[in-house]
Design a protein around this ligand. Structure first.
Ligand code: GAF
Length: 385
């Protein structure tokens, strides 16, 4: 099936007999800072120009009626009937609506058609894009002003509490706050963000490995538990530790013996990754792309060996990417266990990147990867075609 968001107005009118308003929210690629967001740390994501789109019109009652064009599936729920999770895509839609109401945003019922050009389960945060697009759209048709930070937190809560995935705030934050042409350095404790413009002499290239290992969700929640264990143990001997953000690399080394070996490795990833994010921002701002690339490489090694969230396909894609001409660095991006890699590439070599990486990956895995250059786009909002 051909997915084209420009078809949304006519698809909506055919289905619901009236004209919709249109909204979009982007997916993201994270340049560096993985599994640091739920440790109150630093991340450096950029919003993609690939997005999830929602066509919406209000209803007189409190029914939420949604159709997914990608899945060719429908559902209807009564917002007053306190629906529980269904275990599929509906939960992102209903979860956001219910969390908005819990936060005192009274909504009206709505008809929606949803369409996404983001590949699902590819680590580009299609779920946060769905949440942010639906949240923005529902607030708008209920004539409520959109506070982007409040919306990002509500979408995260919907995912934590309704969907059952204990994600941090990075994906929802960048989907709501993306800045065209820039990545955002986000402090996940203060939620302050600073745009880091992407230099025109470099490109960000994303490679989808086309695999998604099922253990992603359960292992993610286990990693969070490991971090909480590390914090509880370190807080006994270091003053003022409430998150791994509060621990320096030296302090962690000094207290290595207080932690079981696996917990130490998890903590070492988070603590060193936080330091790498800040160093990478300094390197990007100084146009030192060799250093930024070296830090991205070190991030991948740490995720693979200490945090143990990589997989053979991600490692292979990273290896092939690093061997391509003009590549400063490459790493997995997102939660791991499949999905995408991100590479920082000299703009002059970017056009040839896909032809050096794609066929080799396909030959070795039998999978044809999707490879694209990412120009950072804006955050969630209305759209017109
Ligand atoms: C997933 C989560 F949703 C994010 O919050 C973040 O933890 C990421 O994995 C890892 O950095 O995308």
């Amino acid at each position: 099936m051909q997915i084209d968001p420009r078809d949304l107005p006519s698809l909506f009118e055919r289905r619901f007999g009236r004209a919709p308003k249109l909204f979009r929210a982007p997916g993201r690629v994270n340049l560096i800072g993985e599994h640091t967001d739920y440790n109150d740390g630093f991340v450096l994501p950029a919003a993609l120009d690939l997005a999830t789109y929602v066509a919406i019109a209000p209803r007189q009652d409190r029914l939420l009626h949604a159709h997914s064009e990608n899945l060719n599936a429908d559902f209807a729920v009564d917002l007053d009937a306190a629906p529980g999770p269904a275990g599929d895509w509906r939960d992102y839609v209903v979860g956001v609506a219910l969390e908005l109401e819990k936060s005192n945003y009274r909504l009206c019922g709505a008809d929606m058609v949803i369409m996404s050009v983001l590949p699902m389960g590819s680590g580009l945060s299609a779920s946060a894009a769905l949440e942010a697009a639906v949240g923005y759209a529902m607030l708008s048709v209920a004539n409520r002003p959109v506070d982007r930070l409040a919306l990002a937190k509500i979408c995260q809560r919907a995912e934590n509490e309704f969907v059952g995935m204990r994600c941090g705030v990075m994906d929802q934050f960048i989907s709501c706050h993306g800045v065209e042409g820039s990545a955002l350095l986000l402090d996940c404790r203060s939620l302050e963000a600073r745009p880091i413009p992407l230099d025109p002499t470099v490109r960000v290239l994303v490679c989808n490995t086309m695999v998604h290992h099922q253990l992603a969700g359960s292992e993610y929640n286990l990693r969070r538990q490991d971090c909480e264990t590390a914090v509880a143990l370190l807080a006994k001997s270091i003053n003022g530790v409430t998150a791994l953000r509060d621990v320096s690399v030296n302090e962690l080394d000094k207290h290595a013996a207080d932690l079981p070996p696996v917990i130490f490795k998890r903590a070492r990833h988070v603590v060193t990754e936080n330091a790498r994010v800040l160093a990478a921002v300094a390197a990007l701002e100084a146009s030192d792309f060799a250093e930024a690339g070296r830090l991205m490489n070190a991030s991948h090694e740490s995720l693979r060996d200490d945090y143990e969230v990589s997989c053979p396909e991600l490692d292979l894609m990273v290896e092939l990417s690093r061997a391509a001409p003009g590549v400063f660095g490459a790493r997995m991006t997102g939660g791991g266990f499949g999905g995408c890699t991100v590479s920082l590439v000299d703009a002059r070599a970017a056009d040839r990147f896909a032809e050096s990486v794609g066929p080799a990956y396909e030959r070795m895995t039998g999978l044809r990867p999707m490879i694209f250059s990412c120009y950072p786009g804006p955050g969630a909002g209305p759209v017109a075609f």
